[in-house]
Design a protein around this ligand. Structure first.
Ligand code: GLU
Length: 271
């Protein structure tokens, strides 16, 4: 099948942000899905070997920490989330570090708060740090700094929004959001088995947001609506966005070779 001009453009991108959510990183019982994280690390390292510059935005700190501390569910109170993330973030980075080391790569942790996005000096600092880390061959791994996050600054409490901001300040050409679905459908695929997957879209409309409904799972926070908002923000800056399934992290290689997987939001062409 012939590649669309928009998919063709994906093959030329050099810098991308990849966002992976808690549900993709953990088993249903809350423990880490090590096979998947190992494969993700393998794919990231291999993309770096091909001179691609991938910035990973990872969730999982709160979920993993809550599990390690023996909490039955993700803490609702901010103080509980702060404590859980302090434990979980360290565990998460250790795992990334261990797996990446197998492939001769080093993980570099970047924890961001809302002011890193709003304040131009801090944003510039974050951009410079990302550039330097990549220049030195290490892999930036970003999360929100949930341990000092507050209720007054809710915007960074979901990593979908965070990933769009990171794509913007790091001058990325592509944002890949890996999720527990194949992409964006015309109806909720959990309740409508015949729902149709959109392949290429040029805008995010209010109607799409209505279709998207609420949050998708118990463990993570973001749902399709936050993903669509993140996509809109990125699209405004001519960043391509692909929403795709995180079940097999090798899907990143397929996306970057222009294969028609997931839903692509792009400023190129029309339906
Ligand atoms: N930053 C949160 C964590 O690491 C995740 C937020 C989200 O699920 O979007 O647990």
């Amino acid at each position: 099948m012939e590649m669309s001009p928009a998919r063709e453009r994906l093959t030329q991108h050099k810098r991308a942000v990849v966002k992976i959510g808690t549900t993709s990183l953990t088993h249903p019982n809350g423990t880490l899905n090590l096979q998947r994280i190992e494969k993700l690390c393998w794919v990231l390292a291999d993309l770096y070997n091909q001179d691609k510059e991938i910035i990973l935005v990872t969730s999982g700190a709160i979920g993993v920490g809550a599990n390690a501390l023996g909490m039955d569910e993700r803490p609702r109170e901010i103080i509980g989330r702060q404590a859980a993330s302090a434990v979980g973030q360290a565990m998460l980075m250790q795992i990334y570090q261990n797996f990446l080391r197998t492939y001769n790569r080093i993980a570099a942790q970047i924890l961001l708060t809302r002011d890193c996005v709003n304040d131009s000096l801090r944003r510039e600092n974050a951009r410079n740090a990302v550039n330097k880390i990549i220049e030195m061959g290490a892999i930036p791994i970003v999360n929100a700094n949930d341990t000092i996050a507050t209720d007054e600054l809710p915007e960074l409490s979901d990593n979908d929004t965070l990933s769009a901001y990171v794509a913007s300040f790091s001058d990325s050409e592509l944002l890949v959001m890996l999720t527990d679905r194949e992409g964006f459908y015309n109806k909720d695929p959990r309740t409508h088995p015949k729902a149709i997957l959109f392949r290429e879209l040029n805008e995010v409309t209010p109607k799409m947001e209505l279709t998207a409904g609420g949050s998708g799972s118990m463990l993570g926070t973001g749902g399709m609506v936050t993903k669509l908002n993140a996509a809109r923000y990125a699209l405004e800056q001519d960043i391509d966005i692909v929403m795709a399934s995180g079940e097999d992290p090798a899907i990143l290689l397929r996306i970057l070779s222009g294969e028609e997987v997931g839903t692509l939001f792009t400023t190129i062409g029309g339906e």
